[in-house]
Ligand binder design. Structure first.
Ligand code: EPZ
Length: 441
């Protein structure tokens, strides 16, 4: 594996243009899940043995996590598949010279906070730039810090950094903890911290997302006994050490959902390869209600989707909530689809207080959307007409791409670097199934 090979996705392009009106036809390979890959990468800090991770998506956030781990003394090398869609990584973390995740990296990716738990539990210290608010909400980290503190760490905030430490020679101690509400990141950080803690940790009201189960499966294969996979109560038997392993990351259910939206808005037929059906069942339920048909081939893990462009798209009501309910990470993409539904749909965003920045951009394309706090009412069908719009975050960008597929004429999406943080070559994949989409540097 080459340490110096450059990820294809490092190319920062600034615009995408889409000519609306194509129907999708063809097959797309689903990439590995970014949000499963990031905590799994952080798990390399638990051991001095090598961790080999396969099926990581070729996206910028993975590169950023490589840099974070690199500043912590981790030797990282990676290999990209010939299709450029997926990466295999080798990660080895000996004693770091610094225990610090700097502001320059944390400000570009909040998931950097996931190094806190493993650093603290293995080395007894960590200094992580305090992540500020972001475009989708305040996103505090109090739940992460509460767990570390309850496990025996002292936590101070100095000059914008979370400084966490343990008395010399001490380990974090196992705890019985109930999260006051569900947090994906806090569950992951706590799992990582508990892996090398002294004694058993029980986490209640933990997040149950497939990305959490992926981290648990990895930790188990690193020698950490964990019970409760897929449930909200997790019991972790802390060990003195973890060992290296080989592990393959799950497919990205949010990417699957994004292509489902693409098909729903354009019509046509699409085969998505490498789909875990149970990870997307809440989406399929919604999409069936709106009038799309699907069939799943269990042995090949292929999802076949079909919608005749002349079929009526039914309005639907969606409330975002933790897994297994409807994911916030697909709210913007579904909103774009609902601009074409025959009637009024409602979306309630329950996870992030500010995750409606795509609404104004959709309105610029001609969508009719009323807002009332965390509720959006989308009146369809409206004729969308292409213009220049601006992406504000990763999923908002994807929502604008979906809208562009249905808009009359050309839609230009600016600040498309947001998209490259989490989608592996979305434009290539859409082009391969018939969309007229171009990147402009
Ligand atoms: C993860 O973010 C994902 N990120 C997000 O995906 C996803 O939207 C989110 O989970 C919800 O599913 C990664 O996995 C890297 P949370 P996370 O902690 O862990 C509040 C994408 O587009 N909260 O479950 O940060 C928080 O503000 C990204 O791929 C606290 O108040 O989300 C939010 O309202 C964006 N205090 C709610 O909990 C805390 O200490 C849920 O957040 C932690 C969270």
């Amino acid at each position: 594996m080459g340490t110096n090979s450059v990820l294809h996705t490092e190319l920062i392009v600034d615009k995408i243009t889409i000519r609306g009106g194509s129907h999708l036809d063809g097959s797309i390979e689903i990439s590995g899940a970014k949000n499963a890959a990031l905590p799994c990468m952080a798990a390399c800090l638990l051991t001095d043995e090598t961790l080999i991770l396969r099926n990581l998506p070729a996206v910028v956030d993975i590169r950023t996590m490589e840099k974070v781990l690199g500043t912590l003394g981790t030797h990282v090398s990676h290999e990209t598949t010939p299709s450029l869609l997926s990466i295999t990584q080798s990660l080895t973390c000996n004693e770091p010279s610094e225990y610090k995740a700097p502001y320059e990296l944390v400000k570009t990716m909040r998931a950097s906070i996931l190094v806190l738990g493993p650093l603290l539990t293995r080395f007894g210290k960590a200094s992580i730039s305090f992540p500020g608010g972001c475009s989708i909400g305040a996103r505090p980290i109090d739940l992460h810090l509460e767990v570390m503190s309850k496990m025996g760490a002292s936590i101070d905030i100095h000059h914008g950094y979370v400084e966490a430490s343990l008395p010399s020679g001490k380990r974090l101690k196992g705890i019985d903890h109930t999260f006051p509400y569900i947090s994906v990141g806090a569950t992951e950080n706590s799992l990582l911290a508990a892996a090398l803690a002294d004694g058993k940790t029980i986490l209640r009201n933990a997040a149950k997302e497939p990305e959490i189960s992926d981290l648990i499966s990895l930790l188990i294969s690193m020698g950490i006994p964990i019970e409760g996979l897929g449930t909200s109560t997790l019991a972790i038997e802390g060990q003195r050490q973890a060992h290296g392993t080989h592990y393959t990351i799950i497919p990205d259910r949010i990417e699957v959902g994004t292509f489902i939206c693409a098909l729903a808005i354009t019509g046509g037929s699409l085969c998505l390869q490498g789909v875990v059906l149970e990870h997307v069942s809440s989406l399929l339920e919604v999409i069936e209600r709106s009038g799309c048909k699907y069939r799943y081939d269990v042995t090949k893990k292929v999802l076949h989707l079909e919608r005749s462009p002349s079929d009526r798209l039914e309005p639907i009501n969606i409330s975002t909530a933790p897994y297994p309910d409807f994911p916030t990470d697909l709210q913007a993409q579904f909103m774009a689809v609902l601009t074409q539904a025959d009637g009024t749909s409602t979306i309630i965003e329950n996870i992030f207080e500010n995750r409606f920045q795509h609404v104004m951009e959709l309105q610029r394309l001609g969508a009719s959307i009323d807002m009332d706090g965390r509720t959006a009412r989308i009146h369809g069908p409206t004729l969308l007409s292409g213009t220049t719009v601006m992406a504000s975050d990763l999923r908002a960008s994807a929502g604008l791409v979906i809208a562009g597929l249905a808009a009359e004429g050309t839609t230009t999406i600016e600040r498309i670097y947001h998209l490259d943080r989490g989608y592996a070559h979305l434009d290539h994949k859409l082009r391969s199934v018939g969309v007229e989409i171009e990147r402009i540097k």
